[in-house]
Design a protein around this ligand. Structure first.
Ligand SMILES: Cc1ncc(COP(=O)(O)O)c(C=O)c1O
Length: 448
């Protein structure tokens, strides 16, 4: 008898490193397109509403979270194709849309939601308000983790609920690590406080760039399930994991209580489609889903924009290689940023290394710039428009959020301006220049 065959060890196929798309080094002019980021860069924060656009300015806009990269060609093509049919009436996503959404989640993160769980909507920010108003009683508490994406605050307080802040902790992480952590002890205390009924997680976290580990999420899941909290996991940045990190979908956790879980997802950050206003709520529990669906319809929802639905479906089906190239460019910009800050410790400013998202969280608390003058300093002295950290909660005072999804030459220019404007940095820069000049002169002498 022949010995039992042992199967050869399985080798995973070598993963080809994505290439950086050379087009990501070219700036695509956006003036004249109504871009909030570019045309309102001179005006005070407020996302453009009621403000005057500027046609021309030398301020580099790195605030609003969209990318300066062209979206996938397949998306433009799908919009053109759909636009070729001249009737743009009320539309609902076709079954192919849901298949594409669920297939993308499975391929990228190893977790396939059931298509029946998906409730298409027209933007996560309006969705958050809808969830708070629909699922909570007036005065109920919502636990949020500041510094955090500031519309979370409005979604709570403008919908009759109450904020229960659970600020992130800053640990003494290794020099190259991201120091932010969820404060699980405080979260556990808040979770059982009477009246606190929901938590909104930002996963990965905007603005500090943390990608929560499976262990951290498991702890949140256990605490929330024990306390009966509704968990809203905003996963809009899920596909933007940097340097090959894995993303852990909330619904993939065995300990997550699915009867009280809602995931917010969208193609808008991943594929740079924010203006198309399309998102998906993923709600496994049928009763919860029906309540949310009815509330969405009562708000006046009557289908999705057919161009947006065509765009999203094409992006999920064909956008993988495009996203890999974007992630390579973002990784390169991230490294450039971290190197620039590491070379100038005298400036007193520090960059928190993002693990995910294309947003970098910059710490100016070690400089002499008062927190309430930081935005002014950045616009007037450095000619940069970043997001002032204070809008993300009091914990963000003295910080600013910089959008790295731009051509590398633009980021280089921005970093030069920043360090030229920072008092300690310019002295240091001069020293570096003098050292470089001295070294070059020595080399010339030695080679003469
Ligand atoms: C965490 C988070 N949620 C939601 C949004 C915006 O979602 P939408 O444009 O679908 O309202 C953003 C945009 O930056 C975000 O960072």
């Amino acid at each position: 008898m022949s010995p039992p065959r042992t199967s050869p060890p399985r080798l995973s196929p070598p993963r080809r490193l994505p290439e950086i798309d050379p087009r990501h080094d070219e700036l695509i002019p956006r003036t004249g397109t109504g871009s909030v980021k570019w045309e309102y860069r001179e005006t005070a924060p407020g996302h453009g509403s009621g403000l005057e656009p500027v046609a021309d300015s030398d301020v580099i806009p790195m605030w609003v979270a969209d990318m300066d990269f062209a979206c996938p060609g397949a998306v433009t093509e799908a919009i053109r194709r759909r636009a070729g049919h001249p009737i743009y009436g009320y539309s609902l996503p076709q079954p192919g849309f849901l298949d594409a959404f669920c297939g993308w989640a499975a391929a990228r993160h190893g977790f396939r939601p059931d298509p029946s769980w998906v409730v298409p909507t027209d933007g996560i920010v309006p969705d958050l308000g809808l969830l708070v108003r629909t699922l909570l009683e007036p005065g109920d508490g919502v636990i949020v983790h500041p510094p955090v994406y500031f519309p979370f605050f409005g979604a709570v307080v403008n919908n009759r609920a109450r904020l229960a802040p659970c600020p992130l902790r800053r640990t003494a992480a290794p020099a190259s690590g991201n120091p932010y952590r969820l404060d699980l002890e405080r979260f556990e205390r808040l979770a059982v406080e009477p009246g606190n009924r929901m938590t909104i997680l930002c996963s990965p976290h905007n603005p500090v760039g943390r990608a929560w580990t499976r262990e951290e999420l498991r702890a949140v899941a256990r605490i929330s399930a024990d306390a009966g909290l509704i968990v809203v996991s905003d996963e809009i940045h899920a596909d933007l994991m940097l340097e090959g990190r894995p993303f852990h979908p909330w619904l993939s956790l065995a300990s997550a209580d699915r009867s009280r879980s809602i995931v917010c997802s969208a193609p808008s950050k991943t594929f740079n489609l924010a203006g198309l206003k399309l998102s998906c709520l993923v709600i496994p529990d049928p009763d919860l889903r029906e309540r949310v669906r009815r509330a969405r319809d009562r708000r006046g929802f009557y289908g999705v924009n057919p161009l947006s639905a065509a765009a999203a479906e094409a992006a999920w089906r064909e956008g993988g290689p495009w996203l890999d190239r974007v992630l390579a460019s973002l990784g390169r910009n991230r490294r450039l940023l971290l190197r620039a800050f590491a070379r100038r410790p005298g400036a007193g400013a520090r960059a928190v290394p993002p693990e995910a998202t294309y947003l970098a969280w910059l710490d100016f608390t070690g400089t002499e710039i008062p927190a309430d003058r930081l935005d002014d300093f950045l616009v007037r002295r450095a000619r940069l428009r970043l997001e002032d950290g204070a809008i993300f909660g009091a914990e963000g005072r003295g910080f600013a959020r910089m959008n790295l999804a731009c051509p590398r030459p633009l980021l280089e220019r921005a970093l030069k301006r920043l360090f030229a404007a920072l008092p300690g940095a310019s002295v240091l820069e001069a020293v570096h220049h003098a050292e470089d000049a001295g070294r070059a002169a020595r080399d010339r002498l030695e080679n003469a």
